[in-house]
Design a protein around this ligand. Structure first.
Ligand SMILES: C[S@@+](CC[C@H](N)C(=O)[O-])C[C@H]1O[C@@H](n2cnc3c(N)ncnc32)[C@H](O)[C@@H]1O
Length: 238
C-alpha cells in the first residue's frame, strides 16, 4: 500500500470515528471510554470487519453504535442488558437503517440460560466480536468469559472493559482480579489497551486462535481449569 493510500485509510477511519461520536452526542450519548482506548479497540474492529457481534452490557448503545460503524456489511448485532436505556431503541434504529444491519436487544442478564441459548441459536457459526462490559462483579465477569468465549469463532476477538478498575467504587478491583488471573493463564493470547500506570478503565483483548475447535464442539460442563489448560496448550503449539 502506498503512503497516500495509507493516509487515506487513516483519514477514513478518523472520519468514521468522528462521525460516530458526533452522532451519539447529538442524541445525548456520551462515550464513557478513554478516547485512545476506544479508538485502539475500534482500529482492531475495523481490521476484523465483524458481522456477528455480541455486547454484554450496552446501556445507551454507545459502544454498540461505534462497533456498527466499523463492522462488515449486513452485520448482526446483539445487545444483552437487563436495563437497556430508552436511547438504546433509538440507537438500534440508527444501526439498522440505512446500513441493512440487524440488531436484537435481549433484556436479560448475560448469566441467564435464555441469553446464552439466544446467542447459540443466533450465531451457530460463532461470534466474530464479543464485548464484555456488563456486570463488573468478579463472578459475573468470569462466568461471562467462560460461557461466551467458546461461542467466539476461531480468529475472533473478545474485548473486556475496565481491566484496570471500574468507575463504580463497589466493583473497582473485580474485573481487574479476573483479568490478572486470565492473563497469567494465557499471556500469549492477551493484549492490554491501557497505560502501565493506569488505575481505571483499560480494555483487555483476547485473540481467539484460528485453530480453536468449533464452538459446536464445546462441552459446557468443561471446567474453567480445563479451559485454561486447553488455551495454554493451543498457545504453546502456535
Ligand atoms: C458500563 S454500562 C455499558 C456501557 C456500554 N458498553 C457503552 O460503553 O456504551 C454497563 C451495563 O451493563 C448492564 N449490566 C449489569 N449487569 C449485567 C448483567 N448481569 N448482564 C448483562 N448486562 C448487565 C447494565 O444494565 C449497564 O447498562
Amino acid at each position: 500500500m502506498s503512503d497516500k493510500q495509507k493516509e487515506k485509510k487513516i483519514m477514513c477511519f478518523e472520519n468514521a470515528y468522528r462521525a460516530g461520536i458526533a452522532h451519539l452526542k447529538m442524541h445525548g450519548i456520551k462515550v464513557i471510554q478513554v478516547e485512545w482506548e476506544i479508538k485502539t479497540l475500534l482500529e482492531q474492529v475495523n481490521k476484523l470487519k465483524p458481522t456477528r457481534i455480541v455486547e454484554i452490557g450496552s446501556r445507551h448503545g454507545g459502544t454498540l453504535y461505534l462497533f456498527s460503524k466499523f463492522a462488515g456489511d449486513y452485520a448482526h448485532l446483539v445487545a444483552i442488558d437487563p436495563n437497556p436505556s430508552a436511547n438504546l431503541s433509538t440507537i438500534k434504529e440508527h444501526i439498522t437503517y440505512p446500513h441493512n444491519n440487524k440488531v436484537a436487544i435481549i433484556p436479560k442478564i448475560s448469566q441467564s440460560e435464555y441469553a446464552l441459548d439466544f446467542i447459540k441459536d443466533t450465531f451457530p457459526e460463532g461470534i466474530d466480536l464479543l464485548h464484555i462490559d456488563g456486570s463488573h462483579k468478579y463472578d459475573d465477569v468470569k462466568s461471562d468469559f467462560e460461557r461466551y468465549w467458546p461461542l467466539v469463532r476461531p480468529g475472533g476477538l473478545i474485548a473486556i472493559h475496565d481491566i484496570k478498575g471500574a468507575g463504580a467504587k463497589q466493583f473497582r478491583g473485580q474485573v481487574k482480579r479476573f483479568w490478572t488471573e486470565l492473563k497469567g493463564q494465557i499471556p500469549d493470547l492477551v493484549e492490554e489497551i491501557c497505560a502501565p500506570d493506569q488505575e481505571f478503565y483499560g480494555i483487555g483483548l483476547v485473540h481467539k486462535l484460528e485453530k480453536e475447535p468449533h464452538p459446536k464442539n464445546y462441552d459446557p460442563s468443561e471446567s474453567s481449569e480445563a479451559m485454561s489448560k486447553s488455551l495454554r496448550e493451543d498457545s504453546a503449539g502456535e
